[in-house]
Design a protein around this ligand. Structure first.
Ligand code: ATP
Length: 362
């Protein structure tokens, strides 16, 4: 990571006797795109509001660009926050809304007008400059809000679910707009979202929070393929989580054997001490499971419970004889040959390389 622009050092936020953020430590590099995600109430917005100066930490330090910001009021900061409801001024047109930040900085009318038009153009909405914002569509208003936040050229832009009110096709377009802008401008983005696809599509690093704590920080691929604990494995979804105990005799070759109710499985060993009989949990991505009609050595026999279509990708939910639910994700075309609709037995398998061990006790 580049030099950190933002450092959260042992940050705690309490509301009376409820702790919304528990001793959080995080560094965000200059020019990084970081997404914060997690279930409702996990402390995402509280964290973002502390970065924006809308909340003061109860303990710890929020450092931005080398300066401790705990007590710096919002109007002395350069950390605009864009959120779902936008809070555009309804009595101003698009250009006037965008100009607002420069007006507050006493920039001359001609100069700020020119700059506002440049930003509206950059966001592809120059033609709406003189329109009242109330008459614009959701996506257009979202762009006005972004232009208004970016016109002061902040080093850090905070985004709180900015796309959650938009239609699915607009979300994809706005994701493109946001990532392009972020790369072109080199501004650090911290983006709070409920949406995994949004976070994984845009962010360099994703922070997963649970109950006021960071559960994992990493590149989207690492979070997806190598979850640090059961919470993350379940939260990112489409993972098969299989629990067992370390077998008395291992297969060697860097592999560990885990005895499970589905049978013994070999998985890639990690560095943790793994005495025989100790609990071991591993994760296999649903898209890494092979499914066939024929029994194969080591494959798990299953019956199909349900199917879910998302575009051309299908997820099959199956049940093993002991009641364990397993998921398989594949292209619809690849599954057509299996004739899933006719019922009957399926056999699932995966290679040891696709099985990711969770750390002991995680
Ligand atoms: N002003 C406040 N007073 C008391 N409790 C608060 C206050 N603000 C937030 N909380 C609590 O802190 C916890 C974290 O809230 P926060 O808004 O950060 O969650 P979130 O992860 O952003 O959730 P969501 O996804 O639902 O927006 C919640 O339990 C919330 O009720």
């Amino acid at each position: 990571m580049s030099e950190p622009l933002v450092t959260l050092r042992d940050v705690v936020k309490r509301y009376d006797d409820f702790t919304a953020v528990k001793r959080m430590n995080l560094e965000i590099g200059a020019g990084e795109f970081v997404a914060i995600m997690g279930p409702s109430g996990c402390g995402k917005t509280t964290t973002l509001r502390m970065l924006a100066g809308l909340e003061a930490p109860t303990e710890g330090e929020v450092v931005i660009d080398g300066r401790v910001m705990n007590d710096v009021p919002v109007h002395e900061r350069d950390t605009p926050l864009v959120w779902q409801s936008l809070a555009l001024f309804p009595f101003l047109n698009a250009r006037e809304n965008v100009e607002f930040g420069l007006k507050m900085r006493a920039v001359a009318p001609g100069a700020r007008r020119k700059k506002a038009l440049e930003w509206l153009d950059r966001l592809g909405i120059a033609e709406f400059a003189e329109r009242n914002v109330e008459t614009l569509s959701g996506g257009q208003r979202q762009r006005v809000a972004l232009a208004r936040s970016l016109i002061t050229e902040p080093r850090l832009l905070l985004l709180d679910e900015p796309l959650s009110a938009l239609d699915a096709h607009l979300v994809i377009r706005m994701q493109g707009v946001l990532t392009r802008l972020q790369r072109e401008l080199g501004i650090t983005f911290v983006h709070v979202t409920h949406s995994q696809s949004e976070a994984f599509a845009m962010a360099d690093r994703v922070v997963i929070m649970s109950r006021g704590e960071i559960a994992q920080v990493g590149a989207p691929r690492d979070i997806y393929r190598a979850p640090a604990n059961r919470f993350v494995a379940e939260f990112v979804g489409r993972n098969n989580i299989i629990a067992g105990t370390v077998a008395p005799v291992g297969p060697g070759f860097g592999l560990l054997r885990v005895d499970t109710p589905l049978g013994p499985f070999d998985v890639v060993a990690d560095d943790a001490p793994r005495p025989p009989g100790e609990a071991a949990v591993f994760v296999v991505g649903a898209d890494r499971v092979e499914i066939g009609r024929e029994p194969r050595p080591g494959a798990v026999p299953c019956t199909l419970i349900s199917e879910e279509f998302i575009g051309s990708v299908v997820t099959l939910f199956l049940e093993a004889p002991d009641g364990t639910e397993l998921k398989v994700q594949a292209q619809e075309r690849a599954l057509a040959a299996l004739d899933a609709g006719s019922g009957g037995a399926f056999h699932l398998s995966w290679s040891p390389q696709e099985a990711h061990l969770l750390p002991p006790g995680a």
